[in-house]
Ligand binder design. Structure first.
Ligand code: SF4
Ligand code: SF4
Length: 348
């Protein structure tokens, strides 16, 4: 099909029908993301290929070896979004060929530092566009549409070849492989346990029977050293790109006494994992932070449920009191009628 003569609605419809979701880890439906960007125009389109997670970096491989398909995907997205600028955020270590082809599309290449966690979305926006995403806002709120390069590749396949995504590039302990969706992660790693998925530092422990899907971009397995006590070195604080008091957050998360300020800090954390990488005691810092986040979310949900229950109980109490008042009033009126009848009735 020819992208330039297809309507924006037709192209967007093809993306929606193919069921593509964000392949950088978030798994948000891509058609919906584009729709939101269209509602917040003008838009800057940022293609994120800057992931710097150690041992889990399939994005630069995609740009380096499948550049034509990625450029086709960029063409489709430019046709739909009509962005004011298009930026490709790329890890500095990647050698890019056919620079002219990127230039003809009007794509500015922005080289990112290779230090972890430079490839995170908020960090990419700050580095490529020089704007800091305010806490609690999404890129679309500031007129930016960030798409992972694997998503752009899937868009090209869906729109130009009519193929739904059925496999993806996955980084497995430093190797980059095409893996079909539905394959167990344990099978990808040859049965080796323990396993972490979606990043050695920023990922989470896996049982092994989880299936590879659109948003699973990396699998790591290897010996895990048991954590040692915290030596209060502050390396986690220094490594945090958001300058969060990580040492304090971890101490509070472990003792389950998260204070008010720490709650705000926890919600700001975007789980990049830099603090885990920095910790000399091998403390699974991010796992503790995630547990604390889950606990706070459950508390918030429980508070909402309790609030709703309390309001229902108060409504019921008011209804019963009103019923009692109504029946007392009716009884009184009946008694009044009986008295009036007795007073006026002629007794033979
Ligand atoms: S606290 Fe959150 S944002 Fe800061 S380094 Fe750790 S994971 Fe990254
Ligand atoms: S880096 Fe690790 S050992 Fe150092 S203060 Fe943070 S949690 Fe403690």
């Amino acid at each position: 099909m020819t992208v330039r003569v297809s309507s924006q609605a037709d192209l967007l419809n093809r993306i929606e029908k193919s069921g593509i979701v964000g392949m950088g880890g978030a798994g948000f439906p891509t058609a919906r993301k584009i729709q939101i960007a269209l509602e917040n125009r003008p838009t800057v389109l940022v293609i994120n290929a800057g992931a710097t997670n150690p041992d889990c970096n399939p994005d630069p491989t995609l740009v380096a070896h499948y550049g034509n398909a990625v450029r086709d995907g960029v063409c489709v997205l430019q046709r739909i979004l009509d962005p004011t600028r298009t930026v490709l955020a790329l890890n500095r270590a990647v050698t890019l060929e056919n620079l002219d082809c990127w230039g003809q599309l009007g794509v500015a290449i922005h080289r990112l530092d290779t230090t972890f966690p430079e490839g995170e979305e908020a960090s990419v926006i700050q580095q490529t566009l020089g704007m800091r995403l305010p806490q609690g806002t999404y890129p679309a709120d500031v007129g930016v549409c960030v798409l992972n390069v694997a998503t752009v590749f899937a868009v090209a396949e869906a729109v130009l070849l009519g193929q739904r995504p059925s496999d993806r590039l996955v980084a497995a302990n430093g190797r980059t492989l095409w893996v079909r969706f539905g394959t167990e992660v344990r099978a990808v790693m040859g049965g080796q346990l323990p396993i972490r998925i979606c990043g050695r530092w920023s990922g989470q422990p896996a049982r092994g029977d989880e299936a590879v899907d659109s948003s699973l971009f990396a699998i790591w397995s290897g010996p895990v050293r048991p954590p040692l006590p915290c030596i209060r070195c502050g390396a986690c604080d220094e490594s945090c790109p958001l300058d969060l008091p990580v040492e304090l957050l971890v101490a509070e998360a472990i003792s389950a006494t998260v204070g008010v300020i720490s709650r705000a800090c926890l919600s700001a954390c975007y789980e990049c994992g830099a603090c885990v990488d920095a910790c000399p005691s091998d403390i699974p810092v991010l796992d503790h932070l995630r547990t604390a986040k889950r606990t706070l979310a459950m508390e918030a949900r429980a508070a909402t449920v309790a609030d709703v229950s309390l309001r229902r109980f108060e409504r019921r109490t008011r209804r019963i009191e009103q019923d009692d008042r109504d029946s007392a009033k009716n009884r009184h009126q009946r008694m009044q009628r009986v008295r009036r009848w007795e007073e006026t009735a002629e007794i033979p």
